[in-house]
Design a protein around this ligand. Structure first.
Ligand code: NAI
Ligand code: MG
Length: 353
């Protein structure tokens, strides 16, 4: 029997609550399948760890994680620890050091999921965001000159390398080709006259190798408007780190909310482990109450199964989530139900088998 080793970083706030449910679901699936199993090793890294040790994870944390098949992460962030430290020293470090340059975020309105758009039906909202995840606006480069003086200047640099831009755009073209979908590139070349002009140029250049793929290019502001007015025009979407971060929260809002939004950080070459996480944060406002929605974390576990080569199990999980939404069974408060986090996870497990 094949055994996968998974590093689990539950993190802060609701992270541990929601991750527990995705572990239950993965264990159940390995039982049902019978050809593979999981070994989960849990690491208590995050803000509490920081408050005890002064670091978000041990100095050799990356070496500890490297041998794993994949990483499951809950959420990171706690009041009292500056977000730029918690995010940068753990999440962004893992994404960067493991060259997880693809951030894959499905934006799909399942039947029964709440949608604030008046006329949208399931099927109208069914896109995949491919967000550049290794450089761009989140490169962390810049300078802070003459602090606390009248001459104070801050510079936040964006970094768009040819290698980094080409590989994310190529990944998107490959997905559009293999799934026979349209590809939309979102940029802002009119205002960002270096980075985004370059992005648009690479999008055209790489596109010459994919004459069979129908493409569209949108400015990010117009794209935000169209996601609300006409979301069905998007299928596969490729965009930069910052734009993808913002637009996928909008995507979550139109497809059931943060409790249903999953994301995968992929190293497509599989040289390093990829990391799977719900896109929501640690939700300190509801942490510890046992009412957080675990379905985003469960959906990210579905993404993990797909990445490991079990698309049928990934589809099965989405099916179960859809059944719960349609039949209004086992849903947490954010989706209008009254189930606890654990009851919601139990419902997934029971409907699976
Ligand atoms: P958040 O996503 O934690 O919460 C936003 C709102 O959505 C809150 O009202 C929360 O209760 C609700 N919410 C989020 N996930 C939910 C779930 N599973 N079930 C039910 N309701 C849910 O974003 P916020 O408040 O901006 O950030 C809180 C902390 O999380 C900060 O420290 C932030 O830096 C961190 N964060 C971490 C992320 C990560 O680890 N990937 C991503 C985003 C934020
Ligand atoms: Mg975000």
């Amino acid at each position: 029997m094949k055994q996968y080793t998974i590093a689990v970083i539950p993190g802060d706030g609701i992270g541990p609550e929601v991750i527990n449910e995705s572990l239950k679901v993965l264990n159940r699936i390995s039982q049902l399948d019978g050809t593979f199993s999981f070994r989960f090793d849990t690491y208590p890294w995050g803000c509490e760890y920081y408050q005890k040790t002064g670091e978000m994870m041990p100095a050799n944390g990356i070496d500890i994680l490297r041998p794993y098949d994949a990483i499951l992460l809950g959420a990171i962030g706690a009041p009292g620890v500056p977000d730029h430290i918690s995010l940068r020293d753990l999440l962004l470090k893992i994404r960067h050091d493991f060259d997880e340059y693809v951030n894959l975020r499905p934006v799909k309105l399942l039947s029964g999921a709440p949608c604030p758009l008046k006329n949208a039906k399931p099927g109208d909202i069914d896109m995949v965001f491919i967000r550049e995840n290794s450089e761009g606006e989140y490169s962390g480069q810049g300078a802070w000159l003459y602090p606390d003086s009248p001459q104070e200047v801050v510079i936040q640099d964006s970094v768009f390398s040819r290698k980094g831009t080409e590989r994310i755009i190529r990944y998107a073209y490959e997905m559009a080709r293999s799934q026979h979908k349209t590809l939309t590139s979102i940029s802002k070349g009119n205002a960002l006259n270096y980075s985004m002009v370059f992005w648009d140029q690479i999008f055209k250049e790489v596109g010459k190798e994919y004459p069979d793929v129908e493409t569209h290019s949108l400015l990010v502001d117009a794209a935000a408007m169209f996601m609300v007015r006409n979301p069905s025009r998007f299928q596969i979407v490729v965009t930069s780190n910052l734009f993808g971060d913002i637009l996928t929260d909008l995507g979550a809002a139109i497809s059931g909310g943060m409790g249903l939004a999953a994301g995968a950080n992929l190293n497509p070459e599989r040289k390093y482990p990829s990391m799977f996480e719900p896109i929501h944060g640690s939700a300190p406002d509801i942490a510890g109450k046992g009412i957080s929605n675990p379905l985003a974390a469960v959906w990210s576990a579905a993404q993990l199964l797909e990445f490991l080569g079990y698309p049928q199990w990934s589809a099965r999980i989405l099916n179960v989530i859809e059944t719960m939404l349609v039949e209004k069974k086992g849903l947490t408060a954010d989706l209008g139900g009254s189930a606890s986090t654990v009851e919601c996870g139990d419902m997934v497990v029971s409907l699976l088998g």
